[in-house]
Design a protein around this ligand. Structure first.
Ligand SMILES: [Cu+2]
Length: 167
């Protein structure tokens, strides 16, 4: 009898623990549904004295299809999503209204290609200083969510076509 009761108590405790575990994981998964996009390898290119435009680069990886629709930064009032491509041997820069991200496909913003362009900088971007960005994404169901990221200013030794266009 003693044994039977103990077993029953053990089972009840186990069920309770499982319930608690389930309840505890609920808010975490709800939060990660909001936080869909992982942002890696982010950096802002250091500017030269007198330079009023800058560029930021990062890699996006989204768990679901989503679209980057706007970017804000504390370094400037105007951030645009740009793409650079070679057309008939000439490097062209084009503004994009949005950047669609296909689920589980990394999108690399890098010199010579996609980048975030910062216009009318409030101050020079010096190496080692942080720049804050707020990115707004929109899902298929029109639901919008924001993600903030702190990005450090770095130097770039390569004098790429991107930096030439930005000077
Ligand atoms: Cu640009």
């Amino acid at each position: 009898m003693q044994n039977f009761l103990q077993q029953k108590l053990f089972r009840a405790t186990l069920a309770l623990l499982l319930t608690i575990g389930y309840v505890l994981t609920m808010p975490a998964s709800a939060a990660s549904a909001e936080n869909l996009v992982s942002i890696k390898d982010a950096w802002v290119r250091a500017t030269n004295p007198g330079q009023e435009v800058g560029a930021a680069y990062m890699t996006f990886l989204s768990a679901k299809n989503t679209t980057l629709i706007s970017v804000e930064s504390d370094a400037t009032k105007s951030v645009e999503i740009h793409n650079m491509s070679m057309e008939n041997g000439v490097m062209k820069m084009r503004m994009m209204e949005s950047l669609p991200l296909v689920a589980n496909k990394p999108y690399k913003l890098a010199p010579g290609g996609f980048h975030l362009m910062l216009f009318d900088l409030k101050k020079p971007l010096n190496i080692g200083e942080p720049v804050n960005f707020t990115l707004t994404f929109k899902n298929k169901n029109k639901h919008q969510f924001k993600q903030t990221i702190k990005v450090m200013v770095q130097s770039s030794d390569e004098d790429s076509a991107a930096s030439k266009l930005h000077k």
